[in-house]
Structures are given as structure tokens and as C-alpha cells.
Design a protein. Structure first.
Length: 116
């Protein structure tokens, strides 16, 4: 009689991962100052912008690797969520700015039509 223990080991690993996420991550964050967290956030944001400039549209894996590598060179570690948040922030900023420019252009065109 063979007993398959794989599901039990998978459940234990999932439980350990949940405990690490629930307990260890907040503990690490509590050990860093707000200034250190702000510096990390600013560095991640800057590197995301730099990666976009260097690699252009697409090439997400290369840009992610660039950001992670540059963070490591600077002595930082960031999880994927922090990097993705910076990417989303950049995308939203570009999208919002583009919408504002389009609205301003439409307003100028409409104003020019009224004056003619």
C-alpha cells in the first residue's frame, strides 16, 4: 500500500508561505524607517522610468530584470509587487497626461472654430 504524501507537503508549504507573508514581511517593514521605505520607493520608481527609456515599449522581462539588477547593485531588494506598482503608476501618469493633452487640444480646436 503506497500513501501519496504530496498533497500534505503542498499544504504545509502553502501554510509556511502564508505565515511568512503574514508575519515576516510586516516585521521586516517595521524594522525599516519611513525614510528608508521612501528611498526604496523613489529608487524603484526612477529605475522603472529608466528601464522604459532604455528598452522602450514591450520587453517587460528585460525591463524587470534591469530594475531588479540595479536595485541589487544599490543594496536594495524589492518584491515584484513594488515594481509592478511603480509600472502601474507610470502607466497611469502617462495615460492621464495623454488624456489631458487630448482634451486641451480639443478645447483649443473648438475655441479656434468659434473664433472663425
Amino acid at each position: 500500500m503506497n500513501i501519496d504524501l504530496t498533497p500534505i507537503f503542498q499544504a504545509i508549504i502553502a501554510l509556511l508561505a502564508a505565515l511568512v507573508t503574514y508575519k515576516l514581511v510586516p516585521w521586516i517593514k517595521s524594522k525599516t524607517t519611513a525614510e528608508q521605505q521612501a528611498l526604496l520607493t523613489a529608487t524603484v520608481r526612477t529605475l522603472v522610468y529608466a528601464a522604459e527609456q532604455l528598452y522602450g515599449a514591450g520587453k517587460g522581462a528585460e525591463k524587470f530584470d534591469y530594475v531588479v539588477g540595479e536595485l541589487e547593485k544599490r543594496g536594495f531588494t524589492a518584491d515584484r509587487a513594488q515594481i509592478e506598482a511603480a509600472v502601474a503608476e507610470q502607466f497611469n501618469l502617462v495615460y492621464t497626461t495623454t488624456e489631458e493633452i487630448e482634451e486641451e487640444t480639443d478645447d483649443n480646436i473648438n475655441a479656434d472654430k468659434k473664433h472663425q
